[in-house]
Design a protein around this ligand. Structure first.
Ligand SMILES: NC(=O)c1ccc[n+]([C@@H]2O[C@H](COP(=O)([O-])OP(=O)(O)OC[C@H]3O[C@@H](n4cnc5c(N)ncnc54)[C@H](O)[C@@H]3O)[C@@H](O)[C@H]2O)c1
Length: 353
């Protein structure tokens, strides 16, 4: 808890997603949005005017050394997550980093170790899904033993034409460049699914990863743009405790009506959208009996869309508890993701432990 009872927040990188954070925090009384910084000064100036942020800083150093900044949100592209995160932690600031956490496990390890050494909270915006009411309830049911042993999870999420830089967010081109983004659909939106799949399994350590990626679904990027990242990714992983997961994710596909998130336990299962508890009938075990878990009107997803992740971060830091998706979990997600890309490249399963 800070002296004022509120948390002073700075934002690093004032592009598309920073607006979601600013909108969310401007509606959240415990947060004070005090300063921003972007490598493109004009962009930061416009952003500051739009959200009435009092201090537009001209360097990262100036922002992270301010005494009224208790925490920062790193909302830069993936290639620029590690440096400001580590710099802010070293200045004693708590950090909420945009997803994907890091480009590779080495970066993720360095970020995690810095947070642990400095004793500051570091969490990652792949937590967006964890903030949803259904996800929290599902995780509680699993952790509370209502499902028995949770041994398998499965997620299929299909966009029809949703390639950033080509179909959506057409002015932002780093998404389709592997050097700057780290990959395509898998690292961009699959990161959310891997985060929650591992969370629903109780965060076991992943042992083996097998992946197949496909690029070239939909019209090619208009010249001079070049896409060298996947549109469609299929990942299977097995864990040290014997559990497993399957993920299918697309930026671009000719598929609809097939999104699903399923949790398989030895006593009962869960299906999302809406969250449904499934077990064998008492009189006829060959038939499944289904029960809605959440009351009518409670949405499955993030109740405030993207907003929840920054609000829950502020609330958790002020309460002195770890915000959702701690760095250690994000490191494991990064290891899985990295192994998946290696598997897709080599055509072989990758052993992580
Ligand atoms: N756009 C979305 O819908 C969305 C959704 C969820 C998460 N994200 C994630 O948020 C992050 C940012 O995405 P975006 O879409 O806002 O990108 P963007 O390109 O619109 O904005 C990024 C901003 O960061 C600035 N920047 C780059 N390097 C910097 C540095 N070293 N220091 C300070 N500023 C720097 C850029 O000038 C730009 O203004 C990415 O990791 C992305 O995966 C984006």
């Amino acid at each position: 808890m800070t002296a004022s009872g509120t948390l002073g927040v700075g934002i690093i990188g004032t592009g598309t997603i920073a607006n979601q954070h600013a909108r969310s925090l401007s509606r959240h009384a415990p947060a004070r949005l005090v300063a921003i910084y972007d490598v493109i000064g004009e962009r930061a100036q416009e952003f500051g005017a739009r959200w009435q942020i009092p201090n537009v800083m001209s360097s990262l150093e100036d922002l992270i050394t301010r005494s009224d900044v208790d925490a920062v949100i790193v909302a830069t592209p993936p290639f620029a997550h590690m440096a400001p995160t580590i710099a802010a932690l070293e200045q004693g600031k708590h950090v909420l980093c945009e997803k994907p956490f890091a480009l590779d496990p080495n970066e993720a390890e360095r970020m995690t170790q810095t947070a642990e050494r400095t004793g500051r909270y570091l969490s990652v915006c792949s937590a967006r899904q964890r903030c949803g009411a259904a996800m929290r309830r599902a995780q509680e049911l699993g952790a509370g033993g209502r499902l028995g042993e949770v041994y398998h999870v499965r997620s299929s999420q299909f966009r029809v034409r949703g390639r950033p830089g080509i179909d959506i967010l057409k002015d932002v081109h780093w998404f389709i460049d592997s050097n700057r983004a780290g990959g395509g659909a898998l690292i961009d939106i699959g990161v959310y699914q891997i985060d929650i799949l591992l969370w629903l399994l109780g965060n076991p350590r992943v042992k083996t990863v097998l992946c197949s990626n496909k690029m070239g679904v939909g019209d090619p990027a208009p010249a001079p743009l070049k896409q060298d990242v996947e549109d469609h990714s299929v990942v299977m992983f097995t864990c040290e405790n014997g559990s497993s997961g399957i993920l299918e994710i697309t930026w671009s596909s000719n598929m609809s009506g097939a999104n699903a998130l399923l949790v398989f336990g030895t006593k009962a299962g869960l299906r999302f959208g809406p969250l449904t508890y499934i077990e064998p009938g008492r009189l006829n075990p060959q038939r499944a009996v289904e029960e809605r878990v959440l009351p009518p009107g409670v949405e499955d997803g993030c109740t405030e869309g993207f907003g929840d992740v920054s609000q829950q971060f502020v609330d958790a830091v002020l309460a002195g508890r770890q915000p959702y998706t701690p760095a250690r979990d994000a490191l494991e997600v990064t290891r899985v993701m990295h192994a998946a890309y290696e598997s897709a490249r080599t055509g072989q399963a990758v052993q992580l432990s």
